[in-house]
Design a protein around this ligand. Structure first.
Ligand code: MN
Ligand code: MN
Length: 456
C-alpha cells in the first residue's frame, strides 16, 4: 500500500513540464484572488480555445465548447461529447471562493486619528493569522446608476497596502493567556486605511481624507459601500517555495489549485470526447455552498437542461437520467500530512505533499457526519482509469478520527444520484493567508482530471 513520491518518477523533460505548469498556475492565482477574478480568468483562458457563452449559442453539436457564467461569480465549462447527455456526463467540480475578510456595508470610521474599514470574516479562519500582514482590497462597487467599478488596491508594487494591527508583546500578558480562538476577536479585524487628517475639516478629518481619495480614484461616495463587495486578501504574489522550488506558497490554493487543474485539463482535451465533459467552478463553498452562486443553487441542473434543449434532446425524464447517470470528481484540497503536527493525522490514511493527486472516499466529521461516502465499485473503476493514465495518486481522509472534519460540494451533486468522489491536492497550512502545495501534485491532478473526463 506504499505510495510513490511523484518527483522520483519524473525524467528531465517531464520535470520541466511540472515546473512550467507551476508557473502558469502561479499567474492564474495572482490574477484570480476573488471568485469574480477567477471567473474572468477562466473566460479569458477558454475563449482563446474557442469556448463561447452558452447564451449566445442557438444550437449545439458534438465538439462544441461553451461556458455558463453565473452572475460573474461561478462558471461552468462544457465540451459536448458524441453520446447523448442522457447517458450521463463526466464532471469535475471545484470552488473558487477562499477564506478572507469582507468589508461591511457601513465600514468606514475614524478612531484616535486613524481611519478603519470594518470587516466580517468569510469562511473558516484562524483570526490571529490575519494581523500584521500586508493586505489588499479586491472587489466591486455597484453604483445606483448601474455602473460597476472594479477595485484593486495593494497589488501593484507602487500601491499602498492595508492591514490589521496586533498588540505589542510587551503589553500582551493578558492577551497571551487567552485561548487561540479569541486571542484576536472577529470584531477586532478592522483594517487600517489612513492616518492623515484633511485640513479645514473638523469632524472626522482622517475619514474625510479617505473619502476624498475614494471619490477621486473610484468616483464613489460613502453610501456606495452599501452596494459594494470588497474582499480583503493577502497582498502580493504567490512564490516558489523551498530551496528546490518544488512547492508554491500562495493565497487561495483552497480551492483554486483544483480549479486551475480542471481548466487546464479541459483545455488539454482537443478531441471530441465520447461523453460530454463538464467543469464546474462554484462560489460560496467556504460558507456552505449557499446563495445563488453556491453549488446548492440549481445552475448546474439548469445549464444541463439548456444544453439538452439546444441539442434537441430535452425532456424532463432525459434530464433526470442525464443527471443520475453522470460521474463526478468533486475536486477540493485535502489536508497535507504535516510532520510538525503529526498527532492530528493517521499516517496510513493521510495525504502527503508530492505523492500525487489525492482521493478521499469520504470526508465529514465524527462518524462521517455530512460525508459523501463514495461507492467501492466507483472507486474500483477510477483506480483502473488512473492506472491506465499513469496517474500518481494517493488516498486519504481529513485527519485522525474525531480530530475534526470538513466538507465539499460532493454531497450536493450526489443528490442527483450520480457517482461522486472527492479528489484534490494536498495543502499545508490550509485556510491560512498563505498556503503551500507541491507542484508535482498539481501536475498529477491535471493528468487525473484529464483522463477522468475522457475515459470515465
Ligand atoms: Mn475547499
Ligand atoms: Mn476550504
Amino acid at each position: 500500500m506504499e505510495r510513490v513520491n511523484a518527483w522520483t518518477t519524473y525524467k528531465k523533460r517531464e520535470e520541466k513540464k511540472v515546473m512550467d505548469l507551476g508557473k502558469a498556475y502561479r499567474a492564474f492565482l495572482d490574477n484570480g484572488k476573488t471568485e469574480r477574478e477567477c471567473v474572468r480568468e477562466a473566460i479569458r483562458l477558454t475563449e482563446k480555445a474557442g469556448y463561447v457563452d452558452l447564451a449566445k449559442a442557438e444550437t449545439l453539436k458534438a465538439g462544441d465548447r461553451v461556458y455558463v457564467n453565473t452572475m460573474g461569480k461561478a462558471i461552468q465549462l462544457y465540451i459536448i461529447g458524441q453520446e447523448p447527455l442522457e447517458k450521463g456526463i463526466n464532471i469535475v467540480g471545484a470552488h473558487i471562493d477562499s477564506p478572507r475578510m469582507d468589508i461591511k456595508q457601513n465600514p468606514l470610521y475614524e478612531d484616535s486619528d486613524l481611519a478603519y474599514l470594518d470587516t466580517h470574516y468569510y469562511g473558516g479562519i484562524k483570526k490571529y493569522q490575519w494581523v500584521t500582514l500586508p493586505l489588499a482590497l479586491h472587489g466591486v462597487v455597484a453604483k445606483k446608476d448601474g455602473t460597476v467599478v472594479d477595485v484593486v488596491i495593494g497589488e501593484d508594487e507602487d500601491d499602498p497596502v492595508l492591514g490589521v494591527s496586533d498588540l505589542l508583546i510587551h503589553l500582551s500578558a493578558a492577551q497571551m493567556d487567552k485561548k487561540a480562538s479569541v486571542v484576536i476577536e472577529g470584531e477586532a479585524l478592522d483594517v487600517i486605511v489612513g492616518g492623515k487628517p484633511q485640513k479645514d475639516v473638523e469632524k472626522e478629518p482622517v475619514k474625510a481624507a479617505i473619502l476624498a481619495i475614494l471619490k477621486e480614484k473610484y468616483g464613489m461616495e460613502e453610501e456606495d459601500f452599501l452596494s459594494a463587495e470588497i474582499e480583503v486578501v493577502p497582498a502580493g504574489k504567490s512564490r516558489d517555495f523551498g530551496l528546490d522550488r518544488s512547492m508554491i506558497i500562495g493565497y487561495g490554493h483552497d480551492d483554486r489549485v483544483c480549479a486551475y487543474a480542471q481548466i487546464e485539463a479541459m483545455l488539454q482535451i482537443t478531441e471530441t470526447p465520447k461523453y460530454t465533459c463538464c467543469c464546474i467552478l462554484a462560489d460560496k463553498e467556504e460558507i456552505g455552498s449557499v446563495g445563488a452562486t453556491g453549488m446548492q443553487a440549481r445552475y448546474f441542473e439548469n445549464a444541463m437542461a439548456e444544453i439538452m434543449d439546444k441539442l434537441g434532446e430535452y425532456s424532463e425524464l432525459k434530464l433526470r437520467r442525464a443527471l443520475s447517470n453522470s460521474r463526478m470528481l468533486s475536486c477540493d484540497v485535502s489536508a497535507g500530512f504535516d510532520p510538525s503536527y503529526a498527532a492530528s493525522f493517521e499516517k496510513k490514511n493521510a495525504a502527503f505533499l508530492g505523492k500525487g493527486v489525492c482521493f478521499n472516499k469520504f470526508t465529514g466529521a465524527r462518524g462521517k457526519s455530512g460525508s459523501n461516502d463514495a461507492n467501492a465499485e466507483y472507486i474500483g473503476k477510477l483506480r483502473a482509469i488512473m492506472e491506465e493514465g499513469k496517474v500518481i495518486y494517493q488516498t486519504a481522509e481529513l485527519g485522525k478520527v474525531d480530530v475534526g472534519g470538513g466538507g465539499t460540494i460532493a454531497y450536493i451533486c450526489a443528490l442527483y444520484g450520480m457517482n461522486v468522489i472527492d479528489s484534490g491536492v494536498a495543502v499545508l497550512s490550509m485556510h491560512a493567508p498563505w498556503e503551500i502545495i507541491s507542484k508535482a501534485d498539481l501536475y498529477e491532478a491535471v493528468k487525473a482530471y484529464r483522463v477522468f473526463l475522457v475515459n470515465a
